[in-house]
Design a protein around this ligand. Structure first.
Ligand SMILES: [Zn+2]
Ligand SMILES: [Zn+2]
Length: 419
């Protein structure tokens, strides 16, 4: 019996093949599209000094209840990153990217940590792909990150995803809206859920997020009635650009997003198959973030996409990117030669297995049937004549191929099989 000590930590999981390979394929799709859009890959540490996440999300639930915060043996106050944006902002400032030619386009992919309730089917470590675009106030910047996000989802196989968008205003117009919201919700205070009574004094916009008080929030003032001219022109520009790129986008007046450093644009990406108003992930504009972290004030917009969530939402599993495998079997006494040939095939860019359990040819062929598309048989008269028997397991055909011709032959066969 395995001891409790050697079980996975609560809320974590192991990812085995083929899902692990599907996951890798998804990472590749995301990074390929990010590259096409001109984003550079950045890797930040998975833990940061706690203020990086604390200060920018002061009143968010994530930091209050769900962070992995610890004091290490040296007395440093550290937090496992719960999201990517704050860490990338810290890196942008610290590496002097604000002084580089703008815009700066960055993307990342890696694990994030939140102490979520495991009952909800969520994991405490999940993987996020995200993109952050610094140095542009233009609506084109907001549209660009949305289009990148949508493109990745589409390329993964969830075709024609849709965007819901809102603007939560700027420092000019948001204070008036905030006042109006507080006034409205104060008048309904009695009927509000417990969480919202707390939010009301800290972050009243988040009341629009509440899944409980739906009747009350239906009567709340609409931020659109408070937008300044610049904010109105901005969201119009974003929606027009995304729409013109052939992506369905509509405004959702209750969309505010959880993180409190957003300015103007907030958006969520969904899909008709998930139901109306259900988000796969989201993002937004956060022009005030770098200044809050002690850097220059730089406009920025981005998103973070949970890859596990996207994988589970796909209508069919991602195509396994595994190459066609070759199995180099051997007659008795030719074990080393077979292994040597497998090694040469690998160096030629092919995926090759060989027996390492000293099995009989019959047992090797059975093994090959489980893991390969072709079997090469090393030994016998063929080998004496510098040749091997090559068996196509799918077709059940066999040919003798000389070693000079072998790579060319396999290359051709493998290409045919991939079509
Ligand atoms: Zn405004
Ligand atoms: Zn509520």
């Amino acid at each position: 019996m395995a001891s409790e000590d050697y079980q996975r930590a609560r809320g974590t999981r192991d990812v085995l093949a083929p899902e692990s390979w599907q996951f890798e394929a998804l990472r590749r799709i995301a990074l390929t599209w990010a590259m096409r859009f001109g984003y550079d890959l950045i890797e930040t540490p998975i833990f940061e000094k706690s203020p990086v996440f604390l200060k920018v999300g002061e009143f968010t639930d994530i930091v209050q209840h769900e962070s992995y915060r610890f004091i290490d043996a040296g007395g440093d106050d550290l937090t496992l990153r719960p999201e990517g944006t704050a860490a990338v902002a810290r890196a942008y400032i610290q590496n002097g990217l604000a002084q580089a030619p703008q815009p700066v386009r960055l993307c990342y992919v890696g694990p994030m940590f939140r102490r979520e309730n495991p009952q909800a089917g969520r994991y405490r470590q999940h993987t996020q792909f995200g993109a952050e675009l610094y140095g542009s106030e233009s609506p084109l910047a907001d549209a660009e990150v949305m289009l990148l996000a949508v493109q990745v989802v589409d390329a993964a196989g969830l075709r024609n995803p849709t965007v819901r968008v809102n603007s939560i205003g700027c420092e000019v117009c948001r204070p008036r809206y905030r006042e109006a919201l507080i006034q409205y919700f104060e008048s309904k205070r009695e009927g509000l859920c417990k969480d919202c009574q707390v939010r009301l004094t800290q972050n009243p916009l988040r009341l629009l997020d509440c899944k409980v008080d739906t009747d009350i929030k239906a009567g709340a003032p609409d931020v659109a009635d408070y937008w300044c001219d610049d904010c109105r022109a901005h969201i119009d520009g974003v929606m027009e650009t995304v729409h013109d790129a052939g992506v369905e986008i509509r405004r959702d007046r209750n969309l505010v997003r959880g993180l409190d450093y957003y300015t103007r644009t907030v958006f969520e990406v969904g899909h008709p198959s998930l139901g109306d108003g259900v988000a796969l992930f989201g993002g937004g504009r956060y022009d005030g973030l770098t200044a809050r972290m002690g850097g220059a004030s730089v406009p920025a917009v981005g998103f973070g996409m949970g890859l596990e969530r996207l994988l589970s939402a796909l209508p069919e599993p991602l195509k396994d990117e595994q190459p066609q495998r070759l199995y180099v079997a051997h007659l008795p006494g030719f074990e080393d030669k077979a292994y040597g040939l497998a090694m040469t095939l690998r160096r030629r860019g092919m995926a090759a297995d060989a027996d390492i359990l000293s099995r009989s040819l019959k047992a090797q062929l059975k093994d090959a049937g489980r893991r390969a598309g072709w079997v090469l048989i090393v030994g016998g008269t063929e080998w004496e004549n510098n040749a091997v028997a090559v068996r196509n397991l799918a077709k059940g055909t066999q040919e003798v191929v000389t070693l000079d011709q072998l790579f060319q032959y396999l290359d051709h066969e493998l290409r045919e099989a991939d079509l």
